[in-house]
Design a binder for this molecule. Structure first.
Ligand code: GLU
Length: 297
């Protein structure tokens, strides 16, 4: 395996849009500029959130933008065995327990943390009488977990205060995103995670799971969010349109400008591969240091 392996891990809940292109380009350039590989993972873990055909559409859109990946893409929907093995390992370590609480119950008793209500530990010492198990949670250690993010700098929190014991297997039986990502990054040999800043608050949980499972911790770079001139996020939720592959060169130029790597005037209208070659030679992720948002030009 080469030293550096980056990845792009889109959720196929819709087509590739400008915000997700930014994450794709940022992770691609960070890996390629260091002579590394760039892998793909389709995060189709949650069937109700998968839009039919979106996974293939994302692959075609990446190709149209010259973003060619190494190896076969990994599909989370085919990873049940790997997730079950990781769950078994966590259960054997005695860290996992069943929880009967519903979202509604927790919303009324828990205070807000970095990512929703902080679990107050209601079922930590066993289920109350007549209470049926729903999700499985992992006991968190009462210590600080964090990282020095390549873009955002120092980020850390104490898990019991910021999130509490968190869900590793959902009430519907599906493995939780936090655990799936950790297992997948390790199996894909990922050494470098470059993704959107919205996932920064998940990272201490993921590092905790890596420790519990004896897995290596990659480096992390959380890219700023792409916003419009009014400060609104450009994402699926706000109905950002799928990208037109015929405008691939213009789309790449926009994203490179937003990432503070505006291509020189003579490359105006150049083919995607030409733009990416230039950007790979000039890429310095440090130009984004400390930025939580960048504005689409
Ligand atoms: N699938 C997640 C998303 O599309 C990204 C997960 C990750 O990069 O760790 O937001």
């Amino acid at each position: 395996m080469p030293d550096i392996r980056g990845r792009f891990a889109p959720s196929p809940s819709g087509p590739l849009h400008l915000g997700s292109l930014l994450a794709a380009v940022g992770s691609y350039l960070t890996a390629r500029s260091a002579g590394g590989q760039w892998l793909l993972r389709i995060e189709d873990l949650d069937p109700p959130r998968v839009a039919p055909g979106a996974g293939d559409a994302i692959l075609r859109a990446l190709e149209a933008h010259g973003l060619l990946w190494d190896d076969e893409p990994l599909y989370q929907s085919r990873r049940g065995d790997a997730y079950r093995a990781a769950m078994a390992q966590l259960q054997a370590s005695g860290l996992v327990y069943p929880c009967a609480c519903t979202r509604r119950e927790l919303a009324t008793i828990a205070h807000a943390g970095v990512d929703g209500p902080v679990y107050p530990g209601t079922c930590r010492d066993g289920l109350g009488t007549g209470r049926a198990p729903r999700a499985l949670r992992i006991r968190v250690a009462d210590q600080e977990f964090g990282l020095v993010d390549i873009v955002q700098g120092d980020y850390r929190h104490t898990l019991p205060q910021a999130v509490g014991d968190f869900v590793v297997q959902r009430a519907d039986g599906l493995i939780a995103y936090q655990l799936a990502v950790v297992v997948d990054d390790a199996d894909q040999g990922i050494t470098q995670v470059v993704r959107g800043i919205d996932l920064l608050s998940s990272t201490p949980r993921q590092i905790y799971l890596q420790r519990c499972l004896g897995l290596p911790t990659p480096s992390y770079a959380h890219l700023p969010l792409l916003v419009d001139r009014h400060g609104a996020k450009l994402g699926k939720q706000t109905g950002a349109a799928g990208l037109d592959p015929k405008r691939a060169s213009a789309n790449l130029s926009l994203v490179l400008q937003a990432l503070r790597h505006a291509p020189p005037a003579e490359l105006y209208g150049a083919a995607p591969t030409t733009l990416l070659r230039w950007a790979t030679q000039h890429w310095q992720v440090g130009r984004l240091a400390g930025r939580a948002e960048v504005v689409v030009p």
